[in-house]
Design a protein around this ligand. Sequence first.
Ligand SMILES: CC(C)(COP(=O)(O)OP(=O)(O)OC[C@H]1O[C@@H](n2cnc3c(N)ncnc32)[C@H](O)[C@@H]1OP(=O)(O)O)[C@@H](O)C(=O)NCCC(=O)NCCS
Length: 467
Amino acid sequence: MASHLRLAIKKSASPLARSAVQARFASSAAKQPTLKERLAELIPPTLERVKAVRAEHGKKSFGPVIVDQLYGGMRGLPALIWEGSVLDPDEGIRFRGKTIPEIQAALPKAPGGSEPLPEGLFWLLVTGEIPTAEQVAGLSAEWAARAAIPEFVEELIDRCPPTLHPMSQFSLAVTALNHDSAFAKAYAQGINKKEYWGPTFEDSMDLIAKLPTIAGRIYRNVYGKGKLPAIDLQKDYSHNLANLLGFGENHAFVELMRLYLTIHSDHEGGNVSAHTGKLVGSALSDPFISYSAALNGLAGPLHGLANQEVLVWLTKMQAKIGTDATDEAVKEYVWATLKGGQVVPGYGHAVLRKTDPRYIAQREFALKHLPDDKLFKLVAQVYKLVPDILLEAGKAKNPWPNVDAHSGVLLTHYGLDQMGYYTVLFGVSRAFGVTAQLIWDRALGAPLERPKSYSTEAIDKMFKNKN
Ligand SMILES: CC(C)(COP(=O)(O)OP(=O)(O)OC[C@H]1O[C@@H](n2cnc3c(N)ncnc32)[C@H](O)[C@@H]1OP(=O)(O)O)[C@@H](O)C(=O)NCCC(=O)NCCS
């Protein structure tokens, strides 16, 4: 039995809770492999497959690289291996080949729930396989058992002034978790590189398990919501996160968390947070410090902070033109944003060229659970009007909404209306995708990332010399 589960069972206050954890673990371990056991089985054939792909295609070209790509944020430049998901500009994300509606149908659900459990999505990202309900329950139990954070990290969070942005607090606390990194310790003790993936897996499991505890503590400190409740060892990850935030009794909010954590988890490898995590991890930085770097990228307004920006923008709009504004008034407000030299937050994308299926999944959730919410109606009105305006403005390559255009309105509906906090929830979820890849990077022996850079002078000279 995993040491974390043994510890959890020992620490469980009541005999009832103890036997519940024991029973859950026994049922998942007796018949079916755990995630780590399955991963260990998958690594040797995957290494062979990568070898074969490289032997067959290693010298083939993806086509020319043009100078504009160097100046243009490397759009479209094939540069990274990312196993968990691939993003198609028109169709949107596929997690290990599966679309969002497909994973919504295929992944195990909580008893009484209809949204997929993000535990299952993590299993899928790591293995490429849909787990059984028992395997997912085993992951829920294991994450609950690993959720506690060291006392000094609690103190670190408690000492942050409430004026420090929640994302800065989040990144600070995640960095500090590296104090107990299994990978850093094993590396210092001279672990064989073939074994790197094992402690990387352990750190990744710890990181994911501890994020709700950190996120909950930050929320309660910054917004004065009192003490954190204990983790419930019998509940799933999303339920525990919702409960730490004070919404554990609200079934619809718990369901929202399950959907939210599932769809925000991964968006292939080139986005700022995913790429940062991989890049920093390529220096053999452990998963904690790799992921805190990723969080700092997520905290930028063109990336994860856009979900905060959308709500700020919508509420300013409501304050200016009222809650039941006409289409004309909304259009005027959008044009004023553009003419002020600002972006319309939640619209556009570096890769997507259609409405983000993550937006659609959230819209469907809203239509089911909060069809009459005034802010949702505004979000829907904006969806009807903004694409044409962006097309008319003629700059954005993609006039359609992305994931961030919709998440805030759902959270606000249930009373989580502290917009400055929204990106933290995105950060809890994105750890799934980043760590799944970090584990594979260590298993496949991915090298240090070190692309070539050029100065403008060097480019100028290079092509002048050729002409
Ligand atoms: C996501 C984003 C950063 C992608 O950037 P990109 O790949 O450079 O996008 P494009 O190639 O379409 O940009 C071309 C131009 O259109 C502008 N543009 C893109 N999206 C825009 C938007 N939502 N509102 C206004 N202008 C936009 C860009 O700022 C750029 O202007 P510039 O030529 O003056 O620099 C961009 O669409 C954006 O800023 N969106 C708003 C923020 C957001 O929602 N971020 C979350 C993304 S998941």
